[in-house]
Design a protein around this ligand. Sequence first.
Ligand SMILES: [Zn+2]
Length: 435
Amino acid sequence: MTGFDGEDDVVELCRDLIRIDSTNAGDNAGPGERAAAEYVAEKLSEVGVESRILESDARRASVVARIEGTDPGRDALLLHGHLDVVPFNADDWTHHPMSGEIADGCVWGRGAVDMKDMDAMILAVVRRRLREGRRPPRDVVLAFTADEEAGGKYGAQWLAQEHAEVFEGCTEAIGEVGGFSVSLGQDKRLYLIEAAEKGIAWMRLTARGRAGHGSMLNAENAVTELAEAMARLGRYEWPVRLTPTVRAFLEETSAALEIEFDPERPEATVAKLGPLARMIGAVLRNTTNPTMLESGYKANVIPQTATGHVDGRFLPGYEEEFFATVDELLGPNVTREFVYHDIAVETGFDGPLVRAMAEALEAEDPGARAVPYTLSGGTDLKAFSRLGIRGFGFAPLKLPADLDFSGMFHGVDERVPVDSLRFGVRVLDRFLDHS
Ligand SMILES: [Zn+2]
């Protein structure tokens, strides 16, 4: 059944995609996604799916397609994955990041979890189903996008703005950073389904003062002003804000861990999550992390201005509070402007689509417990949500207990277990039946 069986197919698709260079260094630099897009289009055409390659700029290519469902009365479902990957330093890796090598039961390479794995899973499921003549119940729109790793200006954002017709009738979506397992003992696994994302506020701060000689008194030193403002933001202890998704996550997780959930001390639950605590801990509150400082040009010259950058992230529903607090902390002498600003998103963890995800997981893993969670970063979902689409991170992977999965994202030795890919295809196949 090689080539026809989705579970073998997914492994080869994932390896092929990893071997295609679609590195995105930001600022429209890099080889672009054209080659990866052509590969995807060819794999779809092999099973009779006509796709379109849409370019926002030279070689910045996304692929879109629509598969007709058996029930024309229903709204469409969007399956999306980005084709670009972040850069790498090959010397740091055990196996070359573009080799797609299989070693120790894993497919290795840049994109193995972010997110050529899911691209391959979507392709494998679609190919299997169509080869077997099994259309999904509702129309399925496929979008393999460019530029997610640089914010989606040449990918999802552009598609949503310039080609909204592609997504006509889509009300729900699944995409990346969710559906993976976290082991709690031998027979129990939480599967974290992304139902919310924090918003993004990358800010450039500028302090203006009075330039002058470094040997003289100067109460209007721009560097001092900026440094103080940056320190206030960096040290600020943002209050815990339990959004509906975060609260649901903590309650479910506490129940699974058989510990009492104390809303006054949510950190106690988070601390039990191992390496995942880095990611989950960040969604209990807004955050502001100073990331860059630039000012001055000579040791004895006080410059007129000083600038710095801060990476701010706000929870769904707390954007107003976030900026009010930031402005208070900045004080009157430091101004801010956006380098990048995007919305937070959140949807309820209920309804038939959520049930379809949870049941598909439970059918393939009896120890599964699906829980909603909030992603501290952002994905293409933000762009699609502007079209009124409700989205989830659901790229199902049953993972070995000892794999530091969140560390794989943009990390060295990024890899995905072969068995996890196969599991993902089976889950997505079931999910589509009941979606
Ligand atoms: Zn990604």
